[in-house]
Design a protein around this ligand. Sequence first.
Ligand code: IVH
Length: 706
Amino acid sequence: MDQGKKSPDLVQARAEVVRLRAEIQHHDRLYYQDASPEITDAQYDSLDRRLQDLEALYPELVDADSPTAAVGADTDSRFSNAPHSRPMLSLANSYELAEVEAFDARLRKDLGARLEREALSYTVEPKMDGVALAVRYTDGKLVMGLTRGDGKNGDVITNNAATFREIPSVLAADWADKFPTAGVSSFEVRGEAYLSLSRFQTLNVERETEGLEQLANPRNATAGTLKTLDSEEVRRRQLSVFFYQLFPLQAGAGVEPEAAHEFPDHITEMAAIEALGLPTNSFLREAVDAAELETHLVELEGLRTSLDYQIDGAVIKVNSRDLQNLVGFTAKAPRWGLAFKFAAEEAVTRLREITLQVGRTGVITPVAELEPVALAGSTVSRATLHNWDEMERKDIRIGDQVVVVKGGDIIPKVLRVLVEQRTGDEVQVPQPAECPVCGEPTSRAEDEVALRCLNPLCPAVLAGRLRHFASRNACDIEGLGGRSIDLFLETKMVQGPGDLFRLKQDVVAALPGWGDKSADRLMQSLAQAKARPWAAKVFALGIPQVGVSTALTLARNFKNMAALRQATAEGLADLPDIGPIVGETIVAFFASEGGAELVADLNDVKFFRDEEDLPPPEVVVTGDNWFAGKVFVLTGTMESMTRDAARKEIEALGGKVTGSVSKKTDCLVAGAKAGSKLTKAEKLGLEILDEESFIKRLAANQPDGE
Ligand code: IVH
């Protein structure tokens, strides 16, 4: 347990566990789904460790749904899903050499007498700060590219994987000879996709001239690029990859690992990846003890700034596969591996100015304008100061020398002020009494840290709302970037989203920077905006506290705008994921002058339809259904239905299907020729159904009782 914190009693612990889980899930969403984390990896790990400590202290608080038992998810509904051949896990993190020593000591203890027969050695390689990618080849041909997803199922991005120069579509004819045994027909390589720093800079220079928004950092750009539907754009970005895992897959089924053909150790595995013509990182060192490990870690950290890609640490692995298998895995990570994270890079620079930014909800955020400084592979000239409480707590003033950090891929942040370097000329910036954009008085609610401009006609608020309305998850209006919005607002052609649909092609085409072609394109995307899915339209309204998933819930439960406007707070609070506070916020939005006007204006331009494009209904889970709430794994082949059909049947009855067997699995459905999953399920003592009993169970649980 953390030295600084004393042990809480059960009641306090339960409250803290609930809070930590929500907080970690929030950060998981930001990291994996939105690719825009708000905290450093080290901060994340300290939340995670505290939760683990509390769960260890009070086992009654352990829950299968806790983030400590799961790997974060980044699945995206625009791509189809496929199961991973084996779970894509994460690695335990360490920040101090003492933790590396403890890792070595623990392994030596766990392996005990076995080490008399086989010496323990480790490998050290860079921990790429990129995005995990799995690629499968069958008969020498590229057949699938998969993202991490939730670790069990990933997004199928084969077309995008095929755009990498380093991922050949067809391998050299003698590819199968690179495996230790004959007869391999299919295999998977896993690694990390990344954007080189030089390519990242070139892309940003190009984007600057094209008036496009700058890519925030290489990792986010990689995540975004991999999830781009337009493969030609992906090709243009020129992503790179380093692979660090290679394993054969079972012939035929193609998704089960084939243990018999595994490589004997990591170094041989890496050599085989290279022999196949696939890229590996050239830094791979072997160490026989903690002292040697440390030498290599120090060497790699020294190289860090000379590399053309970002690394955030080193990965230490037990070299021998047999020893790896002996120590095994936890639910989240292998016990044979450890990530050693380098310290977040820091830089010192002068804070030139504090500017104020007004967002679409009217929140005013102070922003530090910095003397540009090189930090973790990019130049930093701005950093958010969050709010006035935070600024006062850190006593940040104009003219200060400040320490800025960027942990991994975080938006730069002012860590602290070098108070000892003050000259006396530094200037404090008080909370403004007026909105810096419209001049109306600002206001701050008693229990909030946010300072707001409450003027619904404030140009900054209008611009923010229009940007939100046009954004990808909302109306996805191509060609309506920040600059065009500012121009439309300045010329008073547009005051709110409804006005966008009143724009005339010829008027837009005549504006500075516009022409016939771009105006046509805008008209086209505006027409398409009206046909967006109903959930996207709900999200586009920008109702406070209604994100993409709440918008989906609303769209599922109200068939059109007429119905949604009549929702009551009580009715809303009964819906999944919507509590009384959000329910009231939604009702208040439609009752407010601004909300009512927005809806009326959008009705006027026929944005809403009586029959909207409804989302698929959520599965209704009935309490007495044997399948409801259970987690299934399907394996082997069934005669009477495909696995996909079986999955749909299970899901229709409220069950869940995952890709790999674990303690969380309730039942394994084993068709003919089931392999390792069956063995594992037996070992864990799980319920196992053969095809016949599965079909009988399905029939017995149909809603009409047939
Ligand atoms: S090996 C079972 N090697 O870091 C996990 N991972 O935090 C084995 N990563 O999921 C992964 N560089 O996405 C491995 N040289 C490297 C890596 C690496 C980056 C990523 C990978 C992994 C994550 C774990």
